[in-house]
Each structure stands twice: as C-alpha cells, then as structure tokens.
Design a protein around this ligand. Structure first.
Ligand code: SIN
Ligand code: FE2
Length: 203
C-alpha cells in the first residue's frame, strides 16, 4: 500500500510464526550485543528507547561524538553480530535495492518510550530505502514531509508490519508518538522492537 510517493506500508507482512522466529533471532543479537542507552549530542540527554545493532555498521549516539555509524558496540567494543537471515529476507523482498543492508538498528520501546520527529540522514547514500520492521507492542507512528513544518499523519503499526521509506519519502520526518504498552506478548516482558535496515555508504 502506497501512503505517499516512495512510502510503502506493508501491514501484516510477517505472519505470527515469522514474527516469533525474528523475535528469537533478535534475542540472540541482544545476547551478543546488549542494549545500550543512546544520548543526545551536546546535551547528553538519554533517549527513552534502548538500542543495539547488527550488521557491519551500527548507529550510535552520545554526548561527545554525536550521531554516527561505527563498526563496534560502544560498551563492549566488539563488532556487531551479523544481520539474521530472517531480517535480510524482508530487505530482499521489499527494498528493491540490489545490495544488502549494511546496518540494522534495533530499537526497544517500553510503554513510556517515544521517538521525536527526525529524518534518517546520517547515511551517505539516500538512493537505498530505509526498511522498518515492527515487532511486539503496537505504536502510533507519525510521518510527515521533508520539512519539519510539513503536515503529518498518524499510523498505528502493529507487530509484523513493515514500512519502507524510499524514493521521494527517503528523507521525510517521522517518529513514534507513543507505544500501547501491553498490546502484544511477543517480546519477552512486553514492549516494542523496531528494526531499521539501511545502506550507509555510497554505491
Ligand atoms: C526510527 O525512526 O528510528 C524508529 C521508527 C520506529 O520505531 O518505528
Ligand atoms: Fe528514523
């Protein structure tokens, strides 16, 4: 379903079994690369989401270094684990891009977490889309246009939904207004997991 040029919404793309398999794959990523608390550049204010990554590059943010991609976990210093095959399959089916993703950011939202409106623009190459997979609790996702002041719309994302931000929508503002805590039992102990798959470098 096309929400706007380049903005594809695939509700229920993953069935219950595929969601369970992917959640188990992510649990094993987290066992190797534990959740960390990202912090805002300059202010050092903590994000309300916890993060980890898989893939050759991971997105991190802290007070001193700001937003960036790096090859190692900021706390363990170890390389990120590989992106699970279950996740790569979604990229292959929906990205329309010939090369595999270099980064998979994993966000964990408890019932109080949210994500302010932002653009995904820390990559060098915007020709590949961002593929976003939702698991666990439902959230209210908000998306607008390329300017912060553009009008925005809300969309409830439930477990198994996938959104692709590509083409003319690659740089739209988006965020998560709220999470409906307790709406799913997929994640151990509840909560929402979001995976965003990206190409980082050029070509
Ligand atoms: C993000 O933009 O990094 C996360 C979006 C989401 O959690 O759905
Ligand atoms: Fe984003």
């Amino acid at each position: 379903m096309l929400l706007a040029p380049g903005l594809v919404y695939a509700p229920g793309f993953l069935d219950a079994a595929a969601q369970r398999d992917m959640a188990a794959d992510i649990a094993s990523v987290v066992a190797q690369a534990p959740w960390f608390v990202p912090r805002m550049p300059r202010t050092g204010r903590a994000f309300s989401v916890r993060m980890t990554n898989c893939g050759e590059l991971g997105w991190v943010s802290d007070q001193a270094g700001g937003y960036r991609y790096q090859v190692a976990h900021p706390e363990t210093g170890r390389p990120w684990p590989p992106i699970p095959a279950s996740v790569l399959k979604v990229w292959d089916e929906l990205s329309g891009h010939p090369r595999p993703p270099q980064a998979c950011l994993v966000n964990f939202y408890d019932g109080a977490a949210r994500m302010g409106a932002h653009q995904d623009r820390d990559e060098e190459d915007f020709s590949a889309p961002v593929v976003s997979i939702s698991l666990g609790d439902t959230c209210v996702f908000r998306y607008g246009g390329e300017r912060r002041r553009d009008p925005s719309k809300k969309l409830e994302l439930v477990s198994g939904d996938v959104v692709v931000l590509g083409g003319a929508s690659r740089l739209i503002f988006h965020g998560v207004d709220k999470v409906l805590g307790g709406s799913s039992r997929l994640a151990p102990g509840g909560g929402r997991i979001n995976l965003t798959l990206r190409r980082v470098g050029r070509a």
